[in-house]
Design a protein around this ligand. Structure first.
Ligand code: SF4
Length: 385
């Protein structure tokens, strides 16, 4: 049994793996819908999968549920509701549980968000990416400006004020003025949260095979700096490299992930991390990735493709990995409860980061300095197993 462990907060991630079509830059586990997809059967599979996870988390309250994808809004509000009612019966959901649904413009009917709200969804993350029709075409999105406006109207009618807009910059052929216009439009839409990402070309994507002409590094840097300024001027404060929120509107789910909390995960290719009750060790697991293979679990009861117990070096690395992306940095007090290790296990690496001026110690927290913030990858490397 590991010493010092206390169970960290617990969240549930639900992966919905279908999209209308595959975007050329996307390396997520998403599959283009051909004529139809087995939505009802998939919900049945998610619940059977969840059932098998329950012994790992008995009695622990769940603080957030996140439907990610793929495009979860391809599932009807009724299907989401069926999942949530069954999940409520099986899990101890906190009264203020945050329930987020990722949605893409072009997949939202007029009153969809009201129906999702009735199903229990209280936060939406809308995959806008850009407000410019030409740029949206360049990145292969199925929607244009008209669909974005329709989604935003549906969202405002639904009363879900806690919503996020996903926005990308450094898109093919994008100018500084276009990037600025995108941010202004996003702010004007009045979300509680904006995620502002650099488009990156990932291996095994259509863009990796046929790379588009992208703005150069200097141009991308200017877009990013201008975005940060505009967002902070409009009280969207940066709390993670790509995440900006109005006061108290951080994504609770993502914060738990970044702060090395625990995650149940159901759905094709979903990744979970759980502190196991029997011995206090930390396990990571991943579900079968292909939806067809995942659905076979309904017959075989076999949902996991891999389960791994983390060793001490991995625990140290993982604890620091994502927290160093947070403006608030890392709480030293969380280290032992979340890893089961004494602080000594991390001390030498932390000292190195302090000596290099990449981290600073402030009130029992370790925060990236201005230099560290610019070179987060370098700090992360210091913690590699
Ligand atoms: S909509 Fe999102 S998940 Fe689906 S293919 Fe495009 S980027 Fe990937």
């Amino acid at each position: 049994m590991k010493g010092l462990l206390r169970n960290p907060p617990l969240s549930l991630y639900v992966h919905m793996p279908w999209c209308v079509r595959k975007c050329p830059y996307c390396d997520f586990n998403s599959h283009a819908v051909k004529d139809s997809f087995p939505a009802e059967k998939y919900i049945e599979a998610l619940l059977a999968d969840l059932e098998q996870e329950l012994p790992l988390t008995w009695g622990r309250p769940v603080q957030s549920i996140y439907f990610g994808g793929g495009t979860p809004s391809l599932f009807s509000a009724g299907q989401v509701e069926n999942f949530l009612s069954a999940a409520r019966a099986r899990l101890d959901l906190r009264p203020d549980v945050e329930i987020t649904l990722e949605a893409n413009p072009g997949t939202i009917e007029r009153d969809s968000f009201s129906a999702y709200a009735q199903a229990g969804v209280n936060r939406v993350s809308l995959g806008v990416q850009s407000f410019d029709d030409e740029l949206l075409r360049a990145i292969g999105r199925i929607h244009g400006r008209a669909e974005i406006d329709q989604s935003l109207q549906s969202l405002h009618r639904s009363g879900i004020a806690n919503f996020n807009i996903d926005l990308m910059f450094a898109l093919p052929g994008q100018t500084f003025a276009q990037s600025r216009h995108d941010i202004e439009q996003a702010i004007q839409a009045g979300p509680a949260h904006i995620s502002f990402y650099h488009l990156t070309i990932e291996p095994n994507t259509a863009f990796a095979q046929r790379p588009p002409q992208l703005p150069d590094d200097d141009a991308a840097w200017e877009m990013q700096q201008n975005g940060l300024e505009l967002l902070e001027k409009n009280v969207y404060m940066q709390y993670e490299i790509s995440a900006f929120a109005q006061q108290d509107k951080h994504s609770r789910h993502n914060m738990n992930y970044w702060r090395y909390g625990d995650f149940l995960a159901v759905g094709a290719g979903a990744h979970g991390k759980i502190t196991t009750p029997a011995d206090g060790r930390v396990q990571r697991y991943v579900k079968h990735r292909h939806p067809g293979r995942y659905l076979q679990g309904l017959e075989s009861g076999d949902w996991r493709a891999e389960t791994r117990l983390l060793n001490d070096a991995e625990l140290v690395f993982e604890f620091f990995l994502n927290q160093l992306r947070l403006k608030q940095g890392v709480s030293v007090d969380d280290f032992s409860p979340r890893t089961g290790l004494p602080w000594l296990a991390a001390e030498a690496r932390v000292q190195k980061a302090l000596d290099k001026g990449l981290l600073e110690a402030v009130n029992e927290r370790l925060r990236p300095t201005e230099l560290g913030w610019r070179f987060v990858n370098d700090i992360q490397q210091l913690f590699l197993p």
